[in-house]
Every structure is written in structure tokens, then in C-alpha cells.
Design a protein around this ligand. Structure first.
Ligand code: DGL
Length: 272
């Protein structure tokens, strides 16, 4: 399927890091990007409220947009709400979960941190991933309540102090039995938006693992095995309008800071 319609969902703009990776492997795709910014941040939302918001938003968006697949570009939502969404809607849901398996494969020191929201850190799903793929190494779970908000502020052109970022990331740099953390999982889709700042402020160099490219490859695999709406003989695919549409639950419009983010992620042209 070369020109699929994809729904990409996050609490804010972090999911655009996943959308950018999707665009690299599926350049013909069209997107509805939903940001539940009225409820941002998801990181400390109660489990029941988070599931209910995801369910309610998909109930409106899926019949209206009729996507070929939905990408939950949010670790905090994916590690909790995927089973409910998959049972409720008849389309493939691809989630974003902390990249613990790849991190366990690349670490040399055997000391890895997962930097994520407090919600993601406390999930059974995350702990199961560690047990399944990283039982042989030391994994430190670091919940940051503020980093996603700092990322939103940073890409919105706001002033974000180095000290504020350092406070959030320093607990992810640890020593265990004389070995230092050498790999940090970016367990929230907002964090890659701060990638340059993270690299500059890291107390020592580490490998930052961003799952977005792997998620994009997974979407390609899922779409390959999924028969979308077919086009009859003589019919042309309907290709009008922009390839990226936004729905902000707060009612926010696409403003200059969003345009700047799209430009930085090289997906600005999708709005044209
Ligand atoms: N981008 C979301 C994630 O991947 C969370 C940000 C938030 O706390 O809302 O977990």
C-alpha cells in the first residue's frame, strides 16, 4: 500500500518525531495528527482517565478519517491503552513502547537507563519488557515529570534553562559495580525533540535510543499484510488537499512554532 492514510496520536507534539520517521519510509502516506493537548501531560494522568480519553478520541476520529492504521505515538498511552483500542476498533494499532530490547542489544557496559514519563515507568508493560529482554543487565527506570513539558516549550520557541533539563536527565546517568550507563532509552516521543540539548548536557557520552525508525518499519510491515480499500478499474485515487491534517483537542491552530517544528523535522511540505 503506497499511499495509506495513517492516524498518528499523542498527547502533544512528541508524536511528530514518529511521524517524521514514518514519512521517511512511506513518503506517499497521508496523516491525521491528533494531539490531545487539552489533557497534556499524559505522564501523570490516572490510568482510567487516560484509557477513557484514548477511547473517546478514537471513537470520533476513526469513523471520520477512516485510516488504514493508527499509530499511538505515545509510550504513556501505548503501555496502557493498546489492548482496549485493539479490541474496540477494527484496524491495526501500532504502539510506541520503550526500546528496551534494542538497548539491551547495544549496551557494552550493561548499565542502561529508561528515561520516560512517570506513567510509563510504573507500568507492568515496561517491567515485563525488562524482564523479557534485559534480565541479564542493569536497567534503571527514570521517571521525569517535566521533560515532556520542557520539550514542548523548547520547540515552541520558549527559553528552557540548561539546569532544568539537567535536573531531569541526571538520574539517568548512573554507576553500577564500577560500570557507567552507556545507553539511554528515550521512552517518551517528546524527548527526541530535545536531542541536541540532551547530547550537550549529558555528563558523559551515551547512546540515545529513539524507537521512531523501528516503529516506522513496523508500520510498513503491518500495512503490507493489510488489504486497504481497493480502487476499481478506471478509478483514480483521490489525492487532493494537504497530506497532513491536525486535530488539537484544545482547539489550538497550527501556529508558527508548529511550522518551525515541522520544518526542523523536514515534514513542513506535508501541509502544503
Ligand atoms: N509523548 C508521550 C510519551 O511518549 C508523553 C508525554 C506526556 O507526558 O504527555 O510518553
Amino acid at each position: 500500500m503506497n499511499e495509506p492514510k495513517l492516524l498518528v496520536f499523542d498527547s502533544g507534539l512528541g508524536g511528530l518525531t514518529v511521524l517524521a520517521a514514518l514519512h521517511r519510509v512511506l513518503p506517499g502516506a497521508s496523516y491525521l495528527y491528533i494531539a490531545d493537548d487539552a489533557a497534556f501531560p499524559y505522564g501523570d494522568l490516572a490510568d482510567g482517565d487516560l484509557i477513557e480519553r484514548c477511547r473517546a478520541i478514537m471513537t470520533k476520529a476513526v469513523p471520520a478519517y477512516r485510516p488504514d492504521a493508527a499509530i499511538i505515538a505515545c509510550n504513556t498511552a501505548s503501555t496502557l491503552a493498546l489492548p482496549v483500542l485493539r479490541s474496540r476498533f477494527h484496524l491495526p494499532f501500532i504502539g510506541t513502547v520503550p526500546a528496551i530490547k534494542p538497548a539491551a542489544e547495544v549496551t557494552e557496559s550493561g548499565v542502561v537507563s529508561v528515561l520516560a514519563t512517570p506513567g510509563t515507568v510504573k507500568r507492568d508493560y515496561t517491567r515485563d519488557l525488562i524482564q523479557t529482554y534485559a534480565g541479564h543487565i542493569h536497567v534503571r527506570l527514570v521517571g521525569s515529570a517535566k521533560l515532556a513539558g520542557l520539550a514542548e516549550k523548547h520547540i515552541g520557541g520558549g527559553q528552557v534553562d540548561d539546569a532544568a533539563i539537567s535536573t531531569e536527565i541526571t538520574p539517568a546517568f548512573a554507576e553500577k559495580d564500577g560500570k557507567r550507563t552507556d545507553t539511554i532509552v528515550l521512552g517518551c516521543t517528546h524527548f527526541p525533540l530535545l536531542r541536541d540539548r540532551l547530547e550537550t548536557l549529558a555528563p558523559w557520552p551515551v547512546t540515545w535510543v529513539d524507537p521512531a525508525p523501528a516503529i516506522a518499519r513496523r508500520v510498513v510491515t503491518v500495512l503490507d499484510g493489510f488489504a486497504g480499500p481497493s480502487i476499481g478499474p478506471g478509478q483514480q485515487p483521490v489525492k487532493s488537499g494537504p497530506k497532513l491534517t491536525f486535530w488539537f483537542t484544545s482547539g489550538r491552530d497550527v501556529d508558527p512554532s508548529i511550522l518551525a517544528t515541522l520544518t526542523a523535522l523536514r515534514i513542513r511540505h506535508l501541509l502544503a
